[in-house]
Design a protein around this ligand. Structure first.
Ligand SMILES: [Zn+2]
Length: 282
């Protein structure tokens, strides 16, 4: 799933490519992809995209003060620009056609369709956006904010970092990278974190996201919306490969569809964390 760094780069690339373009039609293909009925698709016709913003993992295409298209790519969605005469495939979920003969298409090449499009008068009409937490790269995300937050709830750090209503845009991949960088166990409870560790965590959140952002930006080259490669990551999906810091094999914890990756030596005093069904639900 794209997270903050990928979303920022998509926002940058799309802003350069489609701001100012006029929409001639919009078509949903996958049933259920369009989550709203009013304003209708007709409301988009003849309008042009004025800005593209981001809230957490949502991209917000603004056409007018009271008209916005909000796209969430979920796990497998991606956006492409192509000529309008390119045949729409089964993977095409939603299409916005521009006056100049190109389309912006939402592609989701999976059996289960989870990507979503909302057409709204205000982005805040979408509950997840109305409740969105602070952007971890903004000035509002201070050490005090993080410390108050993690010490308030008896929850594990991985779960705290991926709670969108407190910190926007961090998903499972960058949460693992951040906790590795901060040398903290993903199953540590926020309530047990010392001031020194909270400071380290705050720094790691910023530095890992900034580092990932520059890596993703360099990989995209400003030219493409192709799926973002994350070859630069250090622990995420690196089970059994040596930790770049200490050489210990990276381990994983499974829970339902989610896996968490960590270095047993750098993050857990050398201990393997047992798979426990309950560990992510507490
Ligand atoms: Zn290590």
């Amino acid at each position: 799933m794209p997270e903050l760094p990928e979303l920022v780069v998509m926002q940058e690339v799309l802003s350069e490519k489609i701001v100012g373009r006029t929409i001639v039609s919009a078509t949903p293909f996958h049933p259920g992809v369009l989550k709203t009925v009013d304003p209708g698709l007709d409301a988009l016709v003849g309008k042009h995209i004025t800005t593209i913003a981001r809230s957490g993992k949502h991209l917000i295409f603004t056409l007018a003060e009271d008209l916005h298209i909000v796209i969430h790519l979920m796990v497998a969605g991606r956006l492409i620009l192509c000529r309008s005469d390119t045949k729409a495939t089964k993977a095409s979920a939603f299409l916005i056609a521009f006056e100049d003969g190109e389309d912006l298409r939402l592609i989701e090449n999976t059996k289960t369709h989870r990507a979503s499009v909302h057409i709204v008068r205000s982005p805040e009409d979408i509950e997840a956006i109305a409740r969105m937490g602070v952007d971890p790269l903004s000035d509002v995300f201070t050490l005090a904010y993080l410390t108050n937050y993690i010490k308030r709830y008896k929850r594990q750090l991985k779960k705290l970092l991926t709670n969108q209503s407190m910190i926007a845009g961090i998903g499972t991949a960058y949460a693992d990278e951040i906790l590795f960088d901060a040398q903290l166990s993903p199953i540590r409870y926020g309530t047990t974190v010392t001031d020194e560790e909270a400071k380290r965590l705050h720094q790691s959140i910023r530095s890992v996201l900034q580092w990932a952002l520059s890596e993703v930006r360099a990989g995209a080259g400003g030219a493409t919306l192709a799926p973002h490669k994350r070859g630069f990551l250090k622990v995420y999906e690196k089970t059994e490969t040596p930790c770049p810091e200490c050489g210990t094999k990276i381990a994983e914890i499974r829970y339902a569809q989610t896996k968490t990756y960590y270095c047993p030596r750098c993050q857990a005093q050398g201990a393997l964390i047992r798979d426990r069904r309950s560990w992510l639900t507490r």
